[in-house]
Design a protein around this ligand. Structure first.
Ligand code: AMP
Ligand code: MG
Length: 422
């Protein structure tokens, strides 16, 4: 999706710019330098970490030619030109028990899936087409040389790159590293990310609410998304709208973390207040992003630490995290090109949209009457309706030029829930 800068404008005493997604992202990624410090961890504790160096395979995978099926390992030369082939079975070969004897012309072995192919044999005939009588097996014409073999190194050859630097270690990568026999792996150190919520009205779960107060959901959505990314989270709790408290939180966070994330206090009205605190501690811009939800966003540095000031509204926090913070953290972890996955689906309902900003609606992918996928909204779309995120399995993205969508028209969709993490 390509956005353009919408306009620049100033509001009151705090200059704020209306930025497109692409412009915001370019500025953010331009400020991120990938981590280089690494550590060696055991494979057991490597899940969710990021490879510091390319992983070169020390062995062939599989290590030896082996059978992909239960059946008989034969020599293709012994196949009859026409009609049935009849061979003498001289041994039964199991996985983990190689056969080292010699096999003469007209002889074969019974073989199990995964068992090493004996020297000189080159083809597997599956049980399903074989008929065995005593020590003789026969099967009809039509067997092809080399069938049902898994060749040594066909997955990975010795010396070949198995995984590139910057790869996140999910379930498939964990298994792949194990298949190379490696019990330890060199990963980037975990980025340290400090998070706090701001607001006099915000209370932590478990506390009693007074009139006008609400519970802190942002702490839980943001730190859960951070943990999914494999970063170390420093939770600083809820900071009231007071200069000294905010200053202390920012100072504490910047002394410990690579990145600080806060929520709330960046919309017009609050912005001057947080801005005053940040003006003394670093360089932070207050942006008006051309997106809905999530218009106010602060980004910059507090001392040497990157800072994201996310909006307060619970849905806006999640959307801005996914569109702006996640790509930045991915770059910090060595993946400079990460962007949310995006594909098109027909829309199952009429949608309206305002030109000049990108809109992120919460969507559910369903099957239509013919079983084809279509996307619907989850219903109510307010930026405080957190149930819309919980119900959604995707975000529907309407670009800044979109005025609305007819039923059946394609829309861009970003999946929220994948089959595998990383
Ligand atoms: P603000 O940007 O601070 O003006 O907050 C915008 C809206 O988000 C207000 O309705 C806040 O009460 C709400 N909000 C701010 N922080 C949180 C939080 N941590 N959890 C839930 N809602 C919040
Ligand atoms: Mg607030």
């Amino acid at each position: 999706m390509k956005d353009t800068v919408v306009n620049d404008c100033c509001t009151g005493s705090s200059p704020t710019k209306m930025l497109s997604i692409d412009e915001g992202l370019t500025r953010i990624l331009g400020a991120v330098t990938p981590l280089t410090e690494s550590e060696t961890v055991t494979l057991d504790s490597a899940q969710g970490r990021t490879l510091a160096q390319a992983l070169i395979s020390p062995i062939n995978v599989p290590a030896h030619n082996n059978s992909a099926m239960d059946g008989y390992a034969i020599r293709a030369q012994d196949l009859s030109a026409e009609g049935d082939t009849r061979l003498q079975v001289i041994a039964s070969v199991l996985a983990g028990h190689p056969f080292n004897g010699s096999i003469g012309p007209g002889e074969c072995v019974q073989i199990m899936t995964g068992a090493q192919i004996p020297e000189g044999l080159d083809t597997i005939v599956i049980n399903e087409i074989s008929s065995r009588t005593g020590e003789t097996v026969s099967f009809p014409a039509g067997v092809r040389k080399g069938q049902h073999l898994r060749l040594a190194g066909e997955d990975l050859g010795k010396g070949q790159e198995a995984l590139s630097a910057g790869t996140g270690l999910g379930p498939a990568e964990m298994g792949l590293i194990a298949s190379l026999g490696l019990a330890e792996v060199e990963v980037l150190r975990k980025p340290r990310v400090a998070y706090f919520s701001t607001g006099d009205e915000i209370r932590s779960p478990g506390e009693a609410l007074q009139a006008g107060q609400i519970y802190d959901s942002n702490q839980y959505t943001v730190t859960a998304m951070l943990r999914d990314l494999g970063v170390e989270v420093i939770e600083l709790g809820v900071i009231p709208d007071q200069r000294e408290a905010l200053e202390e939180a920012f100072q504490q966070a910047s002394s410990q973390a690579d990145v600080i994330i806060s929520s709330g206090g960046v919309s017009i009205g609050d912005a001057d207040y947080v801005k005053e605190t940040l003006d003394q501690l670093g360089e932070v811009d207050f942006w008006r992003m051309a997106i809905k939800p999530g218009r106010p966003l602060a980004f910059g540095r507090v001392e040497d630490t990157l800072f994201f000031g996310l909006p307060g509204n619970p849905v806006a926090v999640m959307i801005t995290f996914l569109q702006f913070v996640k790509p930045a953290l991915k770059k910090l972890l060595g993946d400079s090109h990460w962007q949310p996955q995006q594909f098109q689906l027909p829309c199952g309902e009429l949608l309206k949209s305002q030109v000049g900003r990108s809109e992120f609606l919460r969507g559910i992918i369903k099957a239509d009457a013919e079983g084809r996928p279509v996307v619907h909204t989850t219903g109510q779309q307010g930026s405080g309706i957190l149930t819309s995120m919980s119900r959604a399995d995707c975000l529907i993205v309407l670009g800044p030029e979109c005025t609305g969508v007819e039923v059946g028209q394609p829309v861009w969709v970003q999946p929220l829930k994948g089959l595998l993490s990383c």
